[in-house]
Design a protein around this ligand. Structure first.
Ligand SMILES: Cc1cc2nc3c(=O)[nH]c(=O)nc-3n(C[C@H](O)[C@H](O)[C@H](O)COP(=O)(O)OP(=O)(O)OC[C@H]3O[C@@H](n4cnc5c(N)ncnc54)[C@H](O)[C@@H]3O)c2cc1C
Length: 416
């Protein structure tokens, strides 16, 4: 088989490419997808009991008009609920408005009064950047424990040039409305998957080969081999799978030791009864303290269709690890004990539905050596008309949201 433009992966990035190719009547393309459906990390799952969960709390927001127009065009604004973000930080028994650093007057820990910035600190990594930007006590109380939990990686091994728009600095004191996701939208029905399924439908299901995993790439002959014995010749290739996998498929002998990532364990809970008052209007909550999870989303607040009826609510917990085996039973027990102790659930008997998911690839970590690795790999791929884009294809956390990834695919398709 031969195609002009071959795309690996039907997540937002691959679908962005397919959407633009379709718009341009550039019909000579094919998308290969390992799973039986589209959406990648941005897909949704519905339990037998009728609760909807996702691979981490996914919300939609973007400053990119092309992306928003594409969603209106393919999915329709009428199928969306718009929300004001109601995000908080939970300091083990009380809430601080998000962003934490803009609401220090709400922090009850007395250490905050001695917060000091070391003006002489020479910033060399993310850890230094946090200390220099926010001060020692803000870091001790929130920034360091929270970021260590999310990244599951040494903050000293992380760079800081990716931070713009990802971390509010103290001068940005717009309090509740800081950041690109201060307003967001979520599908009325079917969760985030509904958006990506509508793109897959628009592109044409015949253009996406599901249950088809790429296993090797012959660079010299420009051929891809799949696990179901397809051999596909391409002119241009867009890879959206994790770059370190592409390096393996193509048997490239290039250093990629600084392309580090963490893994995710999500636990979704469908709970009988009304949500406790303290979370009845909240979108999501960050947990720097002893909770085993770093974030909890009150998914039932995004759409009434995320639960089977109005007499229940749903919580989605996110936990990361540094690519090692984790004891999910222990984590689940710790999480449930914490939720009970802090009154987020009345008791374990009220849990009607439980869902869990492990994703090997969750956050591409902006390590100090990342860019050097990326430059060398991309230089080599360029020689073979291969581009690697998307959250783990481009391996850039700062450009790793759905809109970024969709637009990377879209822009690739403009040029082929
Ligand atoms: C915890 C968490 C929370 C997030 N929250 C948000 C949010 O609130 N808002 C937001 O905009 N973004 C969010 N994101 C980011 C969002 O998930 C990504 O932007 C998006 O899914 C990336 O799209 P992609 O196409 O680049 O990659 P992916 O979604 O990873 O898609 C890649 C596709 O390639 C397929 N594939 C992999 N290997 C192969 C192979 N060998 N052969 C064939 N196919 C293969 C996969 O099955 C997958 O479908 C979040 C991510 C995480 C992890």
């Amino acid at each position: 088989m031969k195609v002009k433009n071959l795309i690996i992966g039907a997540g937002p990035c691959g679908l962005g490419a397919g959407y633009k190719l379709k718009e341009n009547n550039n019909d000579d393309f094919l998308i290969l997808e390992r799973e039986s459906c589209a959406g990648g990390l941005s897909r949704s799952f519905i339990t037998d009991e009728g609760y909807l969960f996702e691979i981490g709390g996914h919300v939609h927001f973007s400053e990119d008009a092309t992306y928003l127009d594409a969603i209106s065009n393919v999915f329709g604004k009428e199928n969306i609920f718009f929300h004001e973000r109601k995000a908080y930080v939970y300091m083990d028994s009380y809430f601080v408005d998000y962003p934490f650093q803009s609401n220090l007057e709400q922090v009850r820990d007395k250490r905050i009064l001695d917060n000091k910035v070391d003006e002489n600190l020479k910033v060399q990594n993310f850890h230094d950047w946090l200390n220099k930007t926010f001060g020692d006590k803000v870091c001790e109380i929130f920034m360091t424990p929270y970021n260590s939990k999310v990244w599951s990686h040494s903050l000293e091994d992380m760079s800081f040039e990716w931070i713009e728009k990802r971390v509010a600095t103290p001068v940005e004191r717009k309090t509740k409305s800081w950041g690109p996701n201060s307003q967001f939208f979520f599908p009325k029905k079917g969760g985030t998957s509904a958006i990506w399924n509508s793109f897959a439908k628009y592109i044409g299901e015949e253009k996406i080969k599901y249950n088809t995993s790429v296993i090797s790439i012959d660079l010299e002959n420009k051929q891809v081999t799949t696990d179901n014995n397809l051999i596909i010749e391409f002119e241009n290739l867009l890879n959206t799978t994790p770059l370190i996998n592409l390096v393996k498929y193509a048997n490239l002998k290039i250093d990629h030791q600084d392309l580090k990532f963490n893994s995710l364990y999500c636990l979704g809970l469908g709970i009988e009864g009304k949500a406790p008052k303290k979370i009845e209007d909240k979108s999501w909550i960050y947990f720097p303290g002893k909770a085993p999870f770093y974030r909890m989303t009150v998914l039932s607040n995004y759409s009434n269709n995320n639960t089977p009826n109005d007499h229940c609510y749903s919580l989605l917990l996110e936990m990361t690890s540094s690519n090692k085996e984790i004891d999910t039973i222990e984590l689940e027990n710790m999480a449930l004990a914490y939720l009970e102790e802090e009154g987020f659930i009345e008791n374990r008997e009220s849990i009607q539905s439980k869902w869990s998911f492990q994703s090997k690839f969750a956050y591409p970590i902006p390590t100090l050596g990342r860019n050097e690795n990326l430059e060398e790999i991309n230089r080599t791929l360029d020689k073979y008309s291969i581009k690697s884009k998307g959250r783990f294809g481009a391996w850039k956390y700062e450009l790793g949201n759905q809109d970024h990834c969709f637009m990377q695919g879209y822009n690739w398709a403009k040029d082929v």
